[in-house]
Design a protein around this ligand. Structure first.
Ligand code: AAO
Length: 512
């Protein structure tokens, strides 16, 4: 009894690291800039049947409307109030989405922008998504309400009032990030208002939060806010369950603030993951896939149980944030599929898949001058619905990476091998690698410039398996390559370096 009680308490305390996804669902997808109505349908028609655990949504709270440039995606990172209306939809549509997704076991994770309000030059008026009056001059955000007392203007010590030097932790947390009005989270009133917003979302039924710009808030202030949060809605979640928290902290090393300062509060985004994996798969800086044998903590990443990992995010896919050139995106589809495939097969971290919209990338002096372009929209600025083509891909410039067969099937792979050890590693000393996950799954890559032809121990029971990259098992039929595993678990693999997707993955549910 005592042990049981202890376990229960430990479970509750640790709950903010737990994504709260349904058992056997191990990844979430960021449906960047999608409308609530489309997300609700996607949960029902696609995400639930394909084993996705949840959706990270774009910020649901009222934001400023920017017209120069015209309706950039980043206007949503400039809050005006905590009212629930944006280009993605209104409060009723939001509630409908949460209910419909939760009912099919796909949970919603809100991008919470709580470090700041809009930019200092936002002006005054009602040019925002719910029409609430605001005035950046006197810091009046009437619909919260916040006033000049609620900002860090007096606390910041730089001449410009801006963050000027990331090696000074006080500046990073007390000054303005790219001119965004910095909230005084040390004030109980501000904490109350933020907690009220987050609690409203929790009560509606969301399962957790991405905490935007966490580096720019003091962990102690964030803790004070999180301590006020409700437990999750018991209509869908076990009683006492805490919201999942993952904090956006860009830590590539070499700055005053490190990701580890936030481990006490929840998981943290591991930005080294995508930056390094991009180098390896692109074979830059002398990197090769053989080195991935020690991937994870062995590459000085944060502990796996604290990490939220991704190949690219909405910032670095377009050069914002830590957007180094190595980052793999849908623009490099062949390499991208290998990167996401590797991430989903490897046990490190909790995984997030990116789902983007396409924009006309145009580089001038190494910078994409179209990095601001917002989601597909009509001439009045309304976001276009996500249309679905006959072949299940998306139309109207919605990329829907999560619907690419290779990525969707690897989300399934991760669910099947959940909890299984990383073993049966093989590499050729170069860019051909393979590894298994216990006796449940096996994956092999050929990123060299020559063919792969090898017989390997897979750890899998003998039988005929369907490769889930070139196809999949449909009824008892395989639409892709078949792989024979003998009774010793050995299988022969051949992967041409010029094939469309130079990797093969099999798991026990793909056994024919
Ligand atoms: C827009 C305009 C601004 C204007 C502002 C206000 O672009 O010109 O002043 O409005 O009117 C997004 C957009 C911003 C946009 C903003 C508000 O990305 O362009 O500003 O909405 O509309 C830092 C933060 C990180 C942040 C990232 C973008 O630490 O939290 O900048 N990400 C989140 C969101 C993001 C959003 C915001 C926060 C704001 O995901 O979408 O902004 O809500 C270093 C630091 C990082 C720092 C980067 C960029 O990174 O370490 O902490 O991120 O610089 O400033 C190497 C280094 C790496 C370094 C990197 C870049 O890789 O190793 O550490 O170079 O220098």
């Amino acid at each position: 009894m005592k042990i049981l009680l202890l376990l229960v308490t430990a479970g509750l305390c640790a709950a903010q690291y737990n994504p709260n996804t349904k058992a056997g669902r191990t990844s979430i997808v960021h449906l960047f800039e999608w409308r609530w109505e489309d997300i609700a349908s996607e949960c029902e028609r696609y995400l639930a049947p394909n084993g996705f655990g949840g959706v990270q949504i774009s910020p649901p709270n009222e934001n400023i409307i920017i017209t120069n440039p015209s309706r950039p995606w980043w206007e949503r990172y400039q809050p005006i109030s905590y009212r629930l209306c944006t280009r993605s939809g209104n409060e009723q549509e939001f509630r409908d989405m949460v209910t419909r997704c939760n009912n099919v076991g796909v949970y919603i994770y809100v991008d919470a922008v709580i470090n700041h309000m809009c930019g200092a030059a936002g002006g005054s008026g009602t040019h925002c998504t719910c029409g609430s009056y605001f005035n950046t001059g006197n810091r009046d955000f009437s619909a919260v309400p916040y006033s000049s007392w609620d900002f860090n203007d007096g606390k910041c010590k730089t001449g410009s009032g801006e963050i000027e030097d990331y090696s000074d932790r006080y500046q990073v947390r007390d000054c303005k990030l790219v001119s965004l009005l910095d909230l005084a989270l040390e004030k109980d009133y501000v904490r109350e208002k933020i907690a009220e917003y987050m609690n409203k979302l929790i009560d509606i039924g969301v399962a957790g939060f991405r905490i935007d710009a966490s580096k720019h808030m003091w962990p102690g202030d964030m803790k004070a806010v999180f301590d006020k949060l409700h437990t999750l809605n018991t209509q869908w979640f076990p009683s006492g369950a805490k919201p999942f928290i993952f904090q956006e902290v860009i830590d590539l090393g070499g700055e005053a603030i490190s990701a580890s300062e936030y481990f006490g509060l929840g998981r943290v985004t591991e930005f080294k993951y995508g930056a390094k994996l991009g180098n390896v798969i692109r074979k830059w800086n002398g990197e090769k896939m053989a080195y991935l044998k020690s991937w994870g903590e062995g590459w000085s990443f944060m502990p796996s149980d604290k990490a939220l990992v991704f190949v690219d995010n909405h910032d670095n896919q377009r050069g914002h944030g830590a957007g180094g050139a190595s980052i793999l995106t849908f623009f490099d589809a062949r390499l991208y599929k290998m990167g996401v495939g590797f991430m989903l097969a490897h046990p490190y971290g909790f995984t997030r898949v990116m789902s983007s919209f396409r924009w006309p990338r145009y580089f001038v002096n190494g910078r994409d001058v179209n990095d601001w372009i917002g989601p597909p929209c009509y001439s009045d600025g309304t976001t276009k619905p996500v249309t679905i083509n006959a072949d299940t891909t998306c139309g109207d410039d919605w990329v829907c990476e999560h619907r690419w067969r290779q990525i969707r099937n690897m989300v399934g792979f991760r669910n099947v091998v959940d909890g299984q050890p990383f073993e049966n590693w093989w590499d050729n000393g170069s860019n051909q690698i393979a590894f298994g996950r216990g006796n449940k799954g096996f994956i092999i890559f050929n990123n060299d410039d020559w063919d792969l032809d090898v017989t390997l121990k897979t750890g899998l029971p003998g039988g005929t398996y369907c490769d889930i990259i070139s196809g999949q098992k449909e009824c008892e039929h395989c639409t892709g390559h078949q792989i024979q595993v003998d009774n010793d678990g050995l299988a022969h693999f051949q992967i041409s370096n010029s094939t469309e997707d130079p990797f093969v993955a099999i798991h026990i549910d793909s056994k024919l």
